[in-house]
Structures are given as C-alpha cells and as structure tokens.
Ligand binder design. Structure first.
Ligand code: ADP
Ligand code: MG
Length: 258
C-alpha cells in the first residue's frame, strides 16, 4: 500500500530533524546534542491591555516531536498560551520562540510564513458553511499558492487520514460534530506543518468522538509532528501517556500522569 503524502512528508521532516540534531560525523563519539526545541517560553508574562493578568513569568520547552497536553481551569490562560505561539497575542514580558523564530519579531510576511508552519485546530471548528469538506480543507493551500495538481495530491491522503474520504462533497451542516472537527484537523494538517496546536479540540464532543480525535493527533505525532493540545478533560489526559502541564495561578505546573 502506498504511504500517504502526509505521512511521507512528516517522516521526511523527522529524518531531517534527526540529521540536524544527532549530527552524524564519522569518528565522533561525543554525546549527541539535546533534541532541538520546537517551542520555548522564557520568563513570559502576559497582561492584557485591560489589566487582566494571565501567565506570570513562565518558562516552557517543547522538543521537536513531543506531544504535550496543557490543562487548567476555564479562564486560566490556556488559549492565551497558544495564541502567543502563533502570534495572535504578544507577551508583555519575556520571549516566545517557535521553530527558532522569536514570534515578537515576526510581522507581515514573516508572520504569515511562520503560521504556515503551524496547523491550528479550534474548539468550534471554524468551517466555512457554504463550502464543501474538500473546499474547506484546500482553501488554505489555494491561499498559499499551491498548484492545482499539488492540491489534489494532498487532499486525498489527508481526508483518508481523518477518515472523511466519503464525505468530501458534503457541507459542514451535513456532518456530525466529530466529523466537523475532523475537517478542522484535515485543514490544519494538509500543508504538513511540523507544529500542530489544538485549542480544546474535543470541548464540544462526546467521550467516544473526543477519543477518536485524540487518536488522530497521536497518529500525527508518530509521523513526527510536534503536538500541543489544551483540554480541561482530566479523563482524556489520564488515558494517554503524554507530558502534561497545568496552567494554575499564572504558572505552568508539570503534572504527573499516574
Ligand atoms: P482559558 O483558555 O484557559 O479558558 P484564556 O486564555 O482564554 O483562558 O483567558 C485567560 C484570562 O484572560 C481570562 O481571565 C480571560 O477573561 C482573559 N482574556 C482573554 N482574552 C482577553 C482579551 N483579549 N482581553 C482581556 N482579557 C482577556
Ligand atoms: Mg480557552
């Protein structure tokens, strides 16, 4: 069976990453370097302009290829954290680095370029109701100037990966919540971004659908993508054996998963 484009491209990016980090040199028996960070927060504080404080002097490192859950009560600052990663909000103090770029220095084309390397999934799906599933998924590729042929080459394996091949010509209102979220994921990953951010992607779903969605993210992670998911579902987090940090009183607190 042919390997899907998404899987092949993600595997390729993992290989490139390994070459970079391990630094293969004959006769060099030094300890390999630490894996490269995909995300780094250094002494980050975020106070909104109305005075609302969220994160306070927090540090975080997420390595390339890691899977991280961010938990915390409603209003604790989970969405704020993700927004700072894709440049929707800037830190009041400190530095946010994504894929070795300081997000605060990214504006205009440079920010668009960085965002193209980040797949973002939202709780409320944010689908275009008047467009089909296929159109919702390919709209980002069209905007990024991909050729028609390349768009077609990417669409089918992406829909297959999220289990929606049979629904390509349906409109969002003809789909269940779980299916709509899978369209949201397909749209986020069709350009094979190395970083996937999902803000409460299972917040509107029943436990079975939520679990299916998490399984898709885990599969993408095995293909090499770095995945960061916010959730307030303790149950979901406990079912997976991934790293967890909790946003609590403005701090990021590592959580034990057992
Ligand atoms: P969570 O995603 O954990 O529910 P948020 O990151 O959305 O939390 O919000 C953290 C805090 O910041 C909340 O008190 C929220 O009301 C506040 N907040 C979020 N966005 C803004 C904004 N644009 N302006 C002012 N306050 C905000
Ligand atoms: Mg939120």
């Amino acid at each position: 069976m042919p390997v899907s484009t998404t899987q092949a491209t993600l595997n390729q990016s993992v290989l490139e990453q390994k070459k970079q980090t391990v630094g293969v040199r004959i006769g060099d028996f030094s300890t390999p370097e630490e894996p490269v960070n995909m995300v780094q927060l250094r002494n980050v504080t975020k106070i909104y302009t109305n005075g609302q404080a969220t994160l306070s002097d927090v540090n975080l490192e997420v390595k390339k290829g890691e899977f991280l859950f961010v938990t915390g009560a409603s209003g604790s600052g989970k969405s704020t954290l993700l927004k700072m990663l894709y440049g929707e909000e800037l830190p009041t103090h400190g530095e946010v680095t994504v894929d070795e770029c300081n997000v605060a220095n990214m504006q205009g084309d440079r920010l668009s370029f960085l965002r193209r390397r980040i797949g973002i999934v939202f709780q409320d799906y944010k689908l275009i109701q008047q467009r089909t599933v296929a159109e919702n998924v390919t709209v980002v590729l069209e905007a990024a100037g991909y050729t028609r042929k390349e768009i077609q080459r990417r669409l089918e394996p992406t829909l297959k990966l999220v289990g929606l091949q049979a629904k390509a010509n349906c409109f969002p209102e003809q789909l269940s919540g779980g299916e709509q979220q899978r369209v949201g994921i397909a749209r986020a990953i069709v350009s094979t971004p190395p970083l996937i951010l999902a803000d409460e992607p299972t917040g509107n779903l029943d436990p079975d659908n939520a679990w299916q969605i998490i399984q898709i993210f885990r599969k993408l992670n095995t293909f090499g993508a770095t995945v960061i998911i916010t959730t307030h579902s303790e149950q979901l987090v406990r079912r997976c054996n991934h790293r967890v940090v909790q946003v609590k009183n403005g701090k990021l607190v590592p959580q034990s998963i057992n």
